[in-house]
Design a protein around this ligand. Structure first.
Ligand code: 2P0
Length: 326
């Protein structure tokens, strides 16, 4: 039992996968069916304050709204068990970007919670241990523990100790730029966890998706090592389209795109045909993320602003690892 009522705050950045994670090999431990490769984003982040309290219950306020799902409290149980603490937790978390709309808020959210909670519990965990813990909150959160270019391993073990993320390259090694085209700020109808379960059990294409993942990961790792923008961009676009094909092919036919999503895809392909180094990726939501070669973010943002239905544009570079803040 730790008698000290410590508190801590952490900041973790959102990430977007260039080679996508979709589907689980184990639900409760959040073990991914495929590995993934992501970039961590500088300008999109979550800040979380975590305090131990003598209250009877946990409280978690996420962007001014109480968490009524119990998901946060179940995650804090993992920290309590590990640190042998039986206090309740008071958590307050703020995203500087729209929540639950395909901008990876669960990634930065659970990564920030992991770092702040472990610090408040006086646990001194390695980045790998933090990633394994964050994964149990949300699969993509394992990647937001690290900065720059990050690879998440699928792992084969039943206990998940080999399913963690690790950095491939620093943000400064290859300062790609990202332009996020926000096409709606509404929360998505089907959350990722539900969508993934639906896909794994109901898409005829799921086995092919899993069988081809390692080849995409190998090729993306090589493209990052060589700073080969066209190779990485083409792989990212294809991984995104394969994932959305999988989503479309479930029994429920998951369609995360809006008309403006499709319009933005076509604009990005037109820009590329005109010589602009830009590729798109899209997650479980309607926003389009344009991946731009260094120095092209501003020009791409100016073009995407004019696409009908694009409500807002957010530009970002690549960001750092999750960390404790004052
Ligand atoms: C990714 N996504 O690789 C993929 C691409 C969305 C589309 O990881 O069930 O919120 O908590 O593990 O991490 C979003 O899924 O899902 C996600 P859970 P998560 O970024």
């Amino acid at each position: 039992m730790n008698n000290e009522l410590r508190q801590s705050s952490a900041r973790a950045h959102a990430n977007i996968a260039l080679i996508k994670y979709w589907g689980k090999r184990n639900g409760p431990l959040n073990l991914p069916a495929v590995g993934s490769i992501s970039i961590t984003l500088a300008e999109l982040y979550t800040e979380t304050q975590f305090s131990w309290t003598v209250s009877e219950t946990d409280t978690a306020i996420l962007n001014d709204e109480p968490d009524e799902t119990g998901r946060i409290s179940r995650f804090v149980d993992l920290i309590r068990r590990r640190a042998d603490i039986d206090y309740s937790a008071a958590i307050s978390s703020v995203n500087n970007f729209p929540t639950g709309a395909g901008l990876a808020s669960s990634a930065s959210g659970f990564a920030a919670l992991t770092v702040a909670g472990c610090d408040a519990a006086n646990l001194n965990l390695s980045a790998r241990e933090l990633s394994i813990l964050a994964r149990q909150g949300s699969g993509s959160a394992a990647r937001s523990i690290d900065g720059g270019f990050v690879e998440m391993f699928r792992g084969v073990r039943a206990d998940g100790e080999d399913a963690f993320a690790t950095p491939l390259a620093d943000a400064d090694d290859w300062p790609l730029e990202v332009v996020v085209a926000i096409t709606t700020r509404a929360r998505k109808a089907i959350d990722s966890t539900t969508g993934m379960t639906d896909t794994a059990t109901r898409s005829d294409f799921f086995e092919a998706w899993v069988a081809n993942a390692d080849g995409d990961l190998d090729a993306a790792r090589e493209a990052i090592a060589a700073c080969d923008f066209d190779a990485l961009g083409a792989l990212a676009e294809r991984s995104c389209l394969k994932m959305h094909g999988l989503m479309l092919s479930t029994g429920n036919g998951l369609i995360y795109w809006s008309p403006a999503t499709v319009a933005t895809i076509h604009e990005i392909r037109k820009l590329r045909a005109d010589g602009m180094p830009v590729y798109f990726t899209i997650d479980a939501g309607p926003q389009v993320k344009a991946i731009c070669a260094p120095g092209y973010g501003e020009a791409v943002a100016e073009k995407l602003k004019t696409v009908p239905g694009v409500e807002a544009i957010q530009r970002t570079g690549l960001g750092p690892a999750a960390r404790v803040i004052e």
